[in-house]
Design a protein around this ligand. Structure first.
Ligand SMILES: Nc1ncnc2c1ncn2[C@@H]1O[C@H](COP(=O)(O)OP(=O)(O)OP(=O)(O)O)[C@@H](O)[C@H]1O
Ligand SMILES: [Mg+2]
Length: 251
């Protein structure tokens, strides 16, 4: 399958400190579902921010390497133009607008695709509510009153409203009960299959992500240390000891 996204040798430095990313190469096939895994501080969010172009605003700088989307080098492109190409980033911590209603939060996404957004890129509410039924019941509620799971649904639904072609979700399951976290991943898989959009998720719950993704990369201290199909990673001993709870009884 042709690549939607290709990172080659990407390196990022924040301020004067060490490299947060040190030569990261990865790709997301068109219509693929890829997981970027790793513990705290590994560089997962930094990778997504470099892809969506947010680093320019966050005191970070891409020092080396390239970011290609659908064959085009987008490394110098500002983030709003990347969003117009369909690269949408659901940031860590969800970031819904708490005093706006669910509907208003969804509408806000249309700005992401630019002035042509409402005409070309609009998803109907029904399409969003098909994937996230709890949002239908809460459509007139302030987003700040939603549960954590519902807020995550809203954050993803909002990105979906702008009709992404590459959807990136940072820490989809963070702080959610296991059942809700599993549900979010099931829905992401469903969206990926039914809409054919490419997905790149960042996740610390390795077992959960590998149950739904096709392919995974493991990031440690800014470098990719393992990669492979979800099935092969799940069975890989090096991973099972460190991330999947295996081998702990040996102590
Ligand atoms: N704005 C910043 N300024 C300086 N250093 C930063 C900044 N953001 C991140 N870092 C550093 O870069 C490294 C990678 O951070 P990043 O947030 O990408 O990790 P992460 O894998 O997303 O971690 P987590 O699982 O905790 O979200 C860390 O060492 C972090 O301290
Ligand atoms: Mg992070």
């Amino acid at each position: 399958m042709a690549a939607a996204l290709e990172l080659a040798d990407l390196s990022v430095v924040y301020g004067g400190s060490n490299e947060a990313l040190d030569g990261v190469s990865l790709s997301v096939p068109q219509g693929g579902f890829v997981a970027l895994l790793g513990t705290n501080g590994a560089g997962k969010s930094t990778t997504l921010k470099a892809i969506s172009g947010l680093l320019r605003f966050e005191n970070g700088s891409v020092r080396r390497g390239s970011i290609r989307y659908m064959g085009q080098d987008i490394g110098a492109m500002p983030s709003y133009r990347r969003a117009r190409l369909g690269i949408l980033h659901v940031r860590e911590g969800r970031c819904v607008f708490p005093t706006m209603t669910v509907e208003e939060n969804l509408e806000a996404a249309l700005f992401a695709r630019g002035r042509r957004g409402p005409a070309v890129a609009r998803r109907t509410y029904d399409e969003i509510f098909h994937y996230f039924p709890p949002l239908r019941e809460r459509r007139q509620s302030s987003a700040g009153y939603l549960s954590g799971g519902e807020q995550q649904m809203l954050a993803i639904g909002r990105a979906l409203f702008a009709q992404p072609e590459l959807l990136m979700v940072d820490e989809a399951s963070l702080g959610l009960a296991p059942k809700i976290a599993a549900e979010i991943f099931t829905i992401l898989r469903q969206i990926n299959e039914e809409r054919g959009l490419s997905i790149l998720v960042v996740e610390q719950n390795v077992a959960l992500a590998l149950r739904r993704a096709d392919y995974g990369y493991v990031l440690e201290a800014g470098r990719i240390v393992e990669e492979g199909s979800a099935e092969s990673l799940t069975n890989r001993e090096s991973l099972s000891k460190r991330y999947l709870g295996g081998g702990e009884s040996a102590h």
